[in-house]
Design a binder for this molecule. Structure first.
Ligand code: MGD
Ligand code: MGD
Ligand code: MO
Length: 786
């Protein structure tokens, strides 16, 4: 499992920021500390080269803020209010890009109507920023072009995280910064290959490359994998009754029943489990504990952990409890993952030694959608095996190895997909399989041969433009950033740029949501045409059904037989070839929609955190209705928020952040003596005034209590980076649980140099309505001297 917590892909790239941006906003990103620290270096370069202004909007004064031209402090979880405040002033002063809104967007008027409600006074009341700061900053940001913004986890890790990401993209759209050099949304992804993991969708709610969970998607992949669809789907159960939900049933030991209304509209007679979302990493334990309603065909009995720390996930207590109840825990890891010592299990734990990145080879995708080949430095040491080897052995044991690897033996011959070899070459054939099967993001041109060739020619790329300047990579962009429509395409360094021809990485907005909505065309205006394109104005995504009409061509019978139903499910390459001839992108040339009609909030709306420090605002900006079923589980929203005024007992806001010397759950770095020495103990930053009120001295130990009744014991470090209403702490520790030192449980030789409480033991209840990301950043707590 890899983590894919970022939400959205980076539209531009850091070289572009350094070369072209005149204004850079870091909002919910601390890039002076959190990798890729290169993003911060490029921002500082932009200041040196273009006189770019750097502004930080963050609840806490960070090291990034220390380097900024302007810093604005807001209350955690109020970014939507802040951005609507900006939009209020933008529309009032006519700073919006009227032409782009008219020709390339849909429903921006609804954003404008919402923005009208957010005058500076209300923004200051909700966010805690000063009115003058908002006004000064908005003028600066809206009138300096091009402007870019960078966000990371301070934006996504909230119960309204997905709305947060949408409002920021909308801001850039409305200001006309989208699709422009120096503009866009530079969404900074965390681990290496987070973008690649997202593209491969190591998640339970979609098939790879955003194809969704639906029969058409299964059919597409079965074809690509060379397996029979009808046989394949038999591996998934089909239930004829909703197993665990009963009308109005009281749930023992919880208080939410009074808010729990059975919703007959989602009753199903038949459940095809292949098309049901699985459990999420955030709430898999609910499938074991079943303390709230769960939709499942049985109990979760095995947890297989491969590439995530688990103590890095919220609700460590529930995790620990669930670990004690499952039949088996498998940890496939280069290090001893602390999930293995968190629980009391006498047996049923298997630790499989896995090789590190240095012992494996293949391609990864960086934060800007660029791929890169990584070479094996040494063969796997001792008895460890590469990740894919572990999976291959698993597949052999369970009898599906042939089907598992067949996709790598496939190829396209004369427009037809078939098995072309008896054995595969790792990792090249895996890379080519991915390129072949994931047309939805324009991966067809991202082959192993091209990545390998680029690796040999690193010296020939311009870091500002990513352009290959000569030799055999001339004209290609570094890493073939997707979409890279075919093996002649150079890649797309900046998304949605309509000033470039198709063959040079130009593209409009995608036509993903139909041709019209509420009677309004979703296609771009007549004036929006890629240079050199034979089709003028907006056009639909290309399908077998519309290709003749959109391109004005007649297909031969042979082409008709070979062509797949849509551009993203066509293995023949014919749709891509025709689009190249006409100079258009197969995904269409459409309008960016400001509203998502399938979402609970069609346009982003401010909603108070589940545990809000402002009870007075909960009435005005309540959270969502409880979610009956998402990722198989019941999720409390309003029932939890309104259960009581949480701020009375838990008056202090708590959020988490990263340390430069530790990463993720921290096991890797905490086994390094020197990295450990930098932060020998788990701590929280506390404003001296708050600490004094609680009678806690600098350097003393304190308890932090959560609304769920959990607690952690950590060191109090005085800091003026935080205001007296809030504290902040790192999340990279484990090995101590609610005051209990688990040191004895590490098998011999595996104990890391430093151990500490995981901040996630007290991370508050709360999950994003769409993604299920935990509310890591806007919870409440109470401090007590230990
Ligand atoms: N409170 C709080 N919690 C958070 C966050 C926060 O901001 N605050 N951030 C969240 C975010 S964004 C993320 S991404 C997660 C990160 O948290 P984790 O996903 O736990 O990240 P890592 O600690 O990097 O875990 C990776 C694990 O994979 C192992 N590993 C490394 N290389 C390989 C390999 O090649 N193969 C295999 N099989 N294993 C390998 C490492 O030893 C390590 O145990 O934490 C989340 N949790
Ligand atoms: N050294 C190091 N580098 C890392 C990691 C690591 O563990 N260590 N982890 C990697 C991973 S997995 C990721 S995802 C990235 C994450 O990279 P970042 O998101 O840049 O890392 P954080 O330290 O979580 O920074 C989030 C910032 O958001 C702020 N914030 C919290 N709540 C809010 C809010 O409501 N609004 C706003 N505007 N800001 C808020 C916090 O105060 C903090 O400054 O870092 C990656 N790089
Ligand atoms: Mo992350």
């Amino acid at each position: 499992m890899a983590n894919t917590w970022g939400y959205g892909a980076m539209t531009n790239h850091v070289g572009d920021m350094a070369k072209n941006s005149k204004m850079i906003l870091f909002i919910g990103a601390n890039s002076a500390v959190a990798n890729p620290v290169g993003a911060m270096k490029h921002a500082l370069q932009a200041r040196d080269r273009n006189g770019a202004k750097i502004v930080v909007v963050d609840p806490n004064f960070t090291r990034t803020a220390a380097k900024a031209d302007m810093y604005i402090r807001i209350r955690p979880g109020t970014d939507i209010a802040f951005v609507y405040g900006m939009l209020h002033l933008i529309f009032k002063n006519g700073w919006e890009d009227k032409e782009l809104i008219k020709t390339r967007t849909y429903a921006v008027d609804e954003i404008k109507a919402e923005a009208e409600k957010w005058d500076p006074k209300e923004v200051a009341n909700v966010t805690g920023c000063k009115e003058e700061e908002l006004i000064e900053f908005t003028r600066m940001f809206a009138t300096t072009k091009p402007a870019t913004l960078c966000w990371a986890l301070g934006i996504t890790q909230h119960s309204i995280g997905s709305s947060n990401t949408r409002i920021l993209a909308l801001l850039q759209l409305i200001l006309g910064n989208m699709g422009k050099p120096g503009g866009g949304c530079n969404i900074l992804r965390g681990h290496d290959n987070v973008q690649g993991a997202t593209d491969m969708c190591n998640l339970s709610d979609s098939l790879p490359a955003y194809y969704g969970l639906a029969d058409n998607a299964w059919k597409h992949f079965c074809k690509g994998w060379g397996v029979d669809y009808e046989q394949f789907i038999k591996r998934f159960a089909v239930s004829t009754k909703q197993p665990h939900e009963k009308q109005g049933e009281k749930v023992p030991g919880t208080n939410f029943t009074e808010y729990f209304h059975y919703d007959p509209s989602i009753e199903q007679d038949v459940i095809n489990w292949r098309n049901e979302k699985g459990f999420s990493l955030s709430k898999w334990w609910q499938g074991v504990l079943k303390n709230e309603p769960v939709l499942s065909s049985g109990n979760v009995r095995v947890l297989w952990v491969q590439g995530t720390g688990i103590t890095s996930m919220a609700h460590v207590r529930e995790t620990q409890e669930a670990l004690g109840k499952i039949d088996m825990l498998v940890v496939a890891e280069p290090f001893l993952n602390e999930v293995a010592i968190l629980n009391d299990r006498p047996d049923g734990i298997y630790v499989l030694p896995v090789a590190t990145q240095f012992e494996s080879e293949g391609h990864l995708s960086a934060t800007n959608r660029s791929g890169q080949w990584r070479t094996q430095i040494v063969k796997p040491l001792f008895e460890s095996k590469e990740d894919q080897e572990v999976m291959f052995l698993f597949a052999k044991k369970f009898g599906f190895y042939d089907e598992y690897v067949r996709g790598m033996k496939m190829g396209i011959v004369d427009g037809e997909l078939k098995q072309v070899k008896d054995d595969f070459v790792w990792p090249d054939d895996a890379t080519d399989e991915i390129a072949r099967n994931t047309q939805s993001i324009g991966n067809n041109g991202r082959t192993a041969a091209r990545f390998r060739r680029q690796q040999k020619n690193w010296h020939l790329f311009d870091p500002d433009t990513l352009r290959g300047i000569g030799g055999e990579v001339e004209g290609e962009y570094y890493g073939l950033p997707w979409p890279c429509w075919d093996t002649q395409h150079p890649g797309t360094p900046i998304l949605y740029d309509v000033t470039k021809p198709y063959a040079d990485g130009g593209m409009g907005f995608r036509n993903r949501f139909g041709l019209e909505h509420d009677g309004v065309s979703q296609l771009a205006d007549e004036s929006i045409t890629l240079p050199g394109s034979k089709i003028s104005g907006g056009h639909a995504e290309i399908t077998k059904a519309n290709i003749e009409q959109v391109l004005g061509i007649t297909l031969s019978e042979d082409e008709k037989t070979k062509m797949g139903p849509t551009w993203s499910t066509d293995y023949s390459g014919i749709i891509a070839k025709k689009c190249r001839e006409f100079g258009i992108c197969p995904c269409g040339n459409a309008r960016a929609r400001a509203k998502v009609w399938q979402f609970a909030d069609q346009i982003p709306k401010h909603r108070e955190p589940i545990h809000s420090p402002r009870w007075d605002l909960v009435e005005k900006y309540p959270t969502f209705a409880d979610q009956k079923r998402n990722f198989r589980v019941f999720t409390r929203f309003i029932s939890e928020q309104k259960k009581q005024d949480w701020s009375k007992d838990f008056p202090t806001i708590v959020s988490s952040l990263r340390l430069v010397n530790l990463s993720g759950a921290g096991m890797i770095e905490r086994t390094s003596k020197y990295l450990s020495a930098i932060t020998p103990e788990m701590f929280a930053h506390v404003n001296p005034k708050l600490a004094a009120d609680k009678g806690i001295k600098d350097g003393e130990m304190m308890w932090i209590h959560s609304p769920q009744g959990t607690k952690i014991k950590v060191k109090c470090i005085y800091s003026h980076a935080v205001t007296p209403d809030r504290i902040v702490m790192p999340y990279n520790f484990a090995g101590i649980f609610q005051g209990e030192d688990l040191s004895e449980r590490y098998p011999e030789g595996t104990k890391p140099y430093i151990r500490g409480e995981s901040s996630n033991t007290i991370t508050n209840y709360g999950f994003d309505i769409n993604t299920q990301i935990s509310e890591f950043n806007a919870g409440l707590c109470r401090l007590e001297r230990a």
